[in-house]
Write a protein that binds this ligand. Structure first.
Ligand SMILES: [Zn+2]
Length: 279
């Protein structure tokens, strides 16, 4: 699943290319992925001009200016939740169409922005700014984005102090804090030297403060790596994860102490950590 560094990579990639481009036409071969419905999507997207792409939690937001490109106008957004398998292409129209192509936008520079989804779990919402709460599911229930500057260390600690249960579950629960998934949760907990199954109530406030700093350090470390990979190797079909230190590294050596990385699978997701340096 794309997580913050991946989505920030997309954002940087698209912002180098899309702003100012106009949508000439749209297609929606798998129309139900687009929650507006095919007719409305095709009609409403035509003539829209891309503004800079934004991210909130695991959502990528494509804002548009009304035809003519008035900046900052109260235009439409395409809000994409890619879930596990939603991917993008930015290609020539003749490029081979991927299986499970859900929607595409043909642009006035001759290229196409395409979204495909092998599992068809992702969704795209066509909404106006004032309609987010009403039309984007769970928008209002989401906790603060972990990279939101308004999420101060004190506020983070305050939120965490209200949680019970295991720390990894709190980190990956978007109703608590938003944007961290299974892979980067493992990285963050390794960075903070916290055992993923440790109960939040057993972690002193100092540990929670360090956890907050570890989140920012990991995201700020990984985002430029992923951004550069997308520039060099192109938009991924499988997320770029070779730089990770513990996630999906079971039996490899912990980069900190050489101890073997452990793997525990529960609820269909694997958790990786080091028993030596994470307590
Ligand atoms: Zn270790």
């Amino acid at each position: 699943m794309p997580e913050i560094p991946d989505l920030e990579g997309y954002r940087a990639y698209f912002n180098k290319r899309l702003p100012g481009l106009r949508v000439v036409s749209a297609e929606a071969p798998i129309a139900w992925i687009v929650r507006a419905g095919r007719e409305e999507f095709l009609e409403r997207m035509q003539g829209q001009v891309f503004r800079p792409v934004e991210r909130k939690a695991k959502l990528l937001l494509f804002p548009f200016a009304p035809q003519g490109g008035c900046a900052g106008g109260n235009g439409d957004y395409v809000v994409v939740h890619a879930m596990l398998a939603g991917r993008y292409q930015y290609v020539e129209p003749g490029a081979r169409r991927p299986r499970m192509l859900c929607w595409l936008l043909a642009l006035d520079n001759g290229l196409q922005l395409r979204y495909f989804d092998e599992r068809r779990m992702g969704r795209a919402y066509l909404v106006r700014a004032e309609e987010f709460a009403e039309k984007v599911p769970r928008w209002t229930e989401m906790g603060p984005d972990v990279m939101d500057p308004e999420l101060t260390e004190d506020r983070f600690v305050g939120i965490m102090l209200r949680q019970r249960g295991m720390i990894k579950n709190a980190l990956t629960n978007e109703r608590v804090i938003a944007g961290i998934g299974n892979a980067y949760a493992d990285e963050v907990l390794w960075e903070a030297r916290l055992h993923p199954f440790r109960k939040r109530t057993d972690i002193p406030e100092d540990g929670l403060r360090e956890l907050c700093r570890a989140i920012r350090r990991v995201m700020e470390w990984a985002t430029p790596i992923v951004t550069q990979l997308m520039e060099e190797k192109g938009l991924p079909t499988k997320m770029y994860r070779d730089h990770l230190r513990v996630h999906a590294r079971s039996d490899a050596a912990c980069p900190r102490d050489g101890h073997r990385i452990s793997a525990i699978t529960s609820g269909g997701r694997e958790t990786n950590f080091c028993r030596e340096c994470q307590a």
